[in-house]
Design a protein around this ligand. Sequence first.
Ligand code: UD1
Length: 332
Amino acid sequence: MILVTGGAGYIGSHTCIELARVGHEFVVFDNFSNSTPAVLARMEQIIGRPVIWHAGDVRDPAALDKVFAGHPVSAVLHFAGLKAVTESISQPIDYFDHNVHGSIALMGAMARAGCKTLVFSSSATVYGPEQPMPVAEDAPCAVSNPYGRTKLVVEDLLNELGRSDPQWRIATLRYFNPTGAHPSALIGESPLGTPSNLMPLVCQVAAGIRPSLQIFGDDYPSPDGTGVRDFVHVMDLAEGHVAALDFLTKNQARIVVNLGTGHGTSVLEVIQTFERVSGQRVPYEIVPRRDADIGISFADVRLARELLGWVAKRDVDEMCRDAWRWQAANGS
Ligand code: UD1
């Protein structure tokens, strides 16, 4: 049985679908602070059977102990956490509390239950702005905001934990830019409030919810001047988690691995692709660069291929198509 914290969230829910597809049993643990139980009903529709779940907060040791006592958990996929950079700057204590304190409470509960296999959601944001691309896992880390700092602190903690007790099997996965949705359009990304990431905003503009997209800068050193990111389909990410879990089952190891496609796509290219595959117009205006934005970011994906046998299979067309299908079916 796999425990999935944050299993009703964007990446967590898609990963649960993939776990079910390959025959893993799982239990969702989520406080629904940035999701709703309705997602679980959608997941049940996709997988055709009930989802086992508990409402609870990873910062609550008693709630965690109860889950471990109630289920034979062999490994944990830890998605639960806050993830908005701007919000983290205005609410640093909340971010450290949810992301760092929450992870510590989880590690404690795992140790008490004798479950020492963990896949942790980290982010390419830990690499900082000045790296040559593609960026590999051994590049120096440098974070510029509280959100990134919480990810790095937990990575450090996991290193120390592994050093203190080699029975721990830990995969730290550094995501690049997750996007897209399940092809059924039953689950997808539904940020509460105003989205800050590119694709949900593109979708809302295409749906007429917003008049136009602001492109943050066209003077980056990229072919069209707009920022470049390594967008990776959320179902590819889901498969990456299952591959990491399989790796840890076979190897008593601690690994840090990038999950991306290895290809950069510019903001303008995303808009053009989106317009082509959706048939919708996405009006935009160029505005100054966003504070603390980096220009170009894409992953060195060799380690994921070598260690996990995982490569991202879906292209930007598919990401845009699935994101739009989700928006068209669910957005208002
Ligand atoms: C952001 C976070 C990063 C986090 C990641 C995933 C910042 C500075 N970084 O990364 O820490 O891990 O999300 O959640 O917030 N863009 C526009 N107009 C928009 C929105 C975005 O032009 O309205 C551009 C950005 O300038 C960037 C690209 O689109 O070039 C992607 O932006 P975004 O989706 O916010 O992701 P990141 O900046 O990579």
